[in-house]
Structure formats: structure tokens, C-alpha cells
Design a protein around this ligand. Sequence first.
Ligand code: NG1
Ligand code: MG
Length: 526
Amino acid sequence: MSGPVPIANSLEDIYTPDALSTQTKRWNNLLSKFESTYGHQPEFVSRSPGRVNIIGEHIDYSLYSVLPMAITADTIIAVSTHLPAPKEGTFRIQIANVQDSKFKAREFNIPYDSVDIDSTVHEWTNYFKSGLRGALELLRKKDGADFKPKSMQILMDGTVPAGGGLSSSAAFVTASALAVMAANGEQTVDKKELTELAIVSERAVGVNSGGMDQSASVFSERGSALFVSFTPTLLARPVSFPPTSPELTFLIAQSFVTADKFVTGPIHYNLRVVECTLAAAYLNAVLNPPGTLLPGDASPLGISLHGFHETYFALAEHDNNNSQPPKSVSEQLEHLLQLTQQTLTKEQGYTRTEIASVLGLSSEDEFNAKFTSRFPVCAERFKLRQRAMHVFSEALRVLKFMDLLEKSSSLSAATSEEKTGDEFNSQLGALLNETQDSCRDTYECSCEEIDRICEIARKAGSYGSRLTGAGWGGCSVHLVPAGKVDAVKEALEKEYYSKLELSEEQREGAVVVSKPGIGSVLYLGG
Ligand code: NG1
Ligand code: MG
């Protein structure tokens, strides 16, 4: 399901009927504001959505498969290239935001061959620049070294809340990269190329991210969730939920706890990436034959738990004394959970010195150079056991979830009966609840507010409730029977939102029912 990013000719190609009137107003506002800012109309608009992750949390950067879906909220970027080039060897970017009181307009002169991004400052245009940098690298590969980037005038509008766990960053970076490609004459942009460049370039903003968000933002198709796998190569395939009775809806509830990875990376997100990488290296050193090197891969630090997983079983199968039949991937994961419990026994975590000695590193400096130099992390101890347990068990839950969906499509007549449907939905929901428990207790990426939201929603009729995205605040996702959506909303309002001081707008957007939407598109105008 790769192929080019679709070209949309009307907003009906992008939004579902219920969203059309609001979106039409918003797009008209973007276009007229563009004209009043720059004195002429834009040539095209690029668009990429946010996402909600259904299951598979914090395992993309260990290269295990995940199941997100795109939502309606998105980033739209209007572009014109009618801007004279500045001095020889440079091009010019003028960039503004519809929310101009929060995000100030900027101008840059950029040398042809290098986009400078200062990831130590928190600056909204860094996300544009990271998409720009990735797109220019790709264009240079295609067009040769004397490629001259076009100057651009840009106006952007984003409706994915920042720091809300719905991936505003990936929406912005992928829409930016797409805009740069189109501005430089490439209207046929391969989805896989766009996603891969966005994954790598978003890391320039200061986060060691995995590839789920960019994949969901680019590849999603209306009406389907997206099964994304990262090895041996990036693959995304639409997955539909069977029609069940009671009908299932995805409810997204904000916690209004802002978790900004840029600020808290050293103790939260980036630290988890380091811990998972260390767990892979440690398990490899103890469980594989001495001297075994893990294969370099596309994970942020180049080796991953998935790489350890594959290496371990490949070696076991080649072992002549091994008369066991090959295990299925689920059996392998069960086995890895046992091995982790036996091998990584220290609940309180491992110090740098302890890990360095098992890995055969001569000093703490060597350890730091290898694992913590890309982005700073703050920790005395690294909780390898808990992080590996979460990753292997979550990878297994994704497989179980997919199994249920696949089995149910062959049973579709039976599941439309009330009782079977309810049982099926409960099984899906139970997996989501297990994910939340694991995120809260083992991966430690939830927070009290999200835990409370999940409890309230379950009590009011949700089959399964959990945090979605990076966590430590942000958003939660709930599988709710259509008939209980109002009850869940009311319970959340009464027991959670009424206790916060929220603006009218926040209150309205606090809980939304989201249908799976389409991914990136280029809009060339009607
Ligand atoms: P959000 O919540 O969008 O920041 C992050 C990562 C994902 C994934 C999830 C946790 C980025 C851009 N995205 O998502 O790759 O690891 O957390 O599953 O950092
Ligand atoms: Mg993000």
C-alpha cells in the first residue's frame, strides 16, 4: 500500500461529511489570511493529520509493530514560491502561523546545502526546518548536487494540540516535508520516502522518536486503522474493524496535562529509548554467544530489542543440538518474557558501571559516548528489567489484538449478534486495559490524571481505556460501545473536567469521538 501521496481536489476528498463545514471555514480562513499576509494566493496546500494509537505503546523505537489510526485534526500548510531568491547560494523562507500571537512569523535565508536547526531552543519553526532538511536531502539525491531549493512563503494552521499525545509534531514535520517537495516541482511524492525522511528528520528537533506517528500521518486511509511494521522494511497496511453490535467507537479524552517531550525528554521519553537500547545490549551480552554483535537497524540508537529478539532465535535455530520445532513469534515473545525475568533480576535498576562491565566497556565515558551522547538523559539507574518486560508484553498484545480482528472477519455473521459482539469488544478492550496497567506500573509513562480518566471511563461503560502516545499526560483512548458514548462523556465531565479550570474551547474539545481518517494529501485547488 505504498505509492504516491494522493492529490485532493476538494475538501470532500479529505474530510468526512460531519467535519466539512468546520473545515471549509478553516481552509477559507487560511487562504484569505495567506493573501492578506503575502499579497497573492498560495499555489497549493499540503496537509497531514495527527494520530491516535490504538495499541502498541512505546514499542515503535524498539522496532515492534503498532496499530495507530489518523484523526481529523491536522496541519495544513499553504505555500507560494513567488519570492525572489536572495543572494547567490541561498534561498529564503518566510513562515507564519494562523495563530500568530502564539507562534511568531519568521524569515530565514538558508544556504543551499545546509539547514541549521538549533535543537536546544524550543522554537515552533524547528519542526518546519526538520521537514525542510529531510526533503532537501531527498531532492538532492534525485536532482544531483547542483540542485537549487526554491524560496517559499508559508502559512500554516494546526489543530492537533501540541504536547497532547496526538502527534502534532509528526503532522507538522510530514506536512512541511511534503510542502517542500511540491514547492520544488515534485508533486508525486512516494509515501514511504516521505515517511522515512520525516522519521529521521524529526530526530533533529531533539527527540529520539520511533516511526509510528509519521507512518500513521502519511499512510492512513479513511475508515481503517493502520498496522505498521518497521522491519525488515517499513510497511503499513490498513486494517478494518469488523462491524459489531453494539457498534464500537474510539473516544479520545484529553487530560490537559501537557507533557512536552522537548522539556522532559531527559527523564522521560529519551530516557526510555536509552533504557530499551541498553536492555537489548545487556540481554545480547548475557544470552547470546560471546562476541555476538546485534545488527545495526533503523531504531534511534541503531540497535534494538527487536534486533536482539531476531538474533537470539536465529542463533538458537542454527544450533545443531536444538531439536525443538521453530517457535511462532508469539511463542518467542513469551519465551523472551521468561528470559528477561531470569536475566534482568534487579528491580531497582542498573548503574552505568554495572552495565558497562557486562557489556565489556572499559569506562563510564565509553558508556556515555555510546548510549547517552545524542541526547542528554538524567538517571542514576536504568530500569532494564521493567522496560524490556513492557516492550515484549506489549508487542505480544499487539499480535493478540490483530489475531482477534483477523479471526472476527471470518466470523462476521456471528459477531453481529449482540452477545458475541459484546464478548468480542470486551476482549479487545481487555487488551487495552492491560496496556494501561503495563504503562502505569512497568513502563512508568502514565500519570495520576490519566489513570483516573481511565477508571472513570471504564466504570461508565468503556470496554478498554488507556493512555495514547508518549504519555506522562496528554491523551487517552477508549473503546466505547456507541450507546454508551454519552454516559462516558458525562461521567468524565462530572468527575474530571468540572474540577479543572478550562476555557470554553478546551471544554468542547476535551472528549471527541474520532473516526479513522485519511493521511497526508496535496491540495492543488479546484
Ligand atoms: P507522541 O505522543 O506523538 O509524542 C511518541 C513518539 C512515537 C511513539 C510514542 C509512544 C515522537 C514523534 N513520537 O508519540 O514514536 O514512540 O510516543 O508509543 O516522538
Ligand atoms: Mg510528537
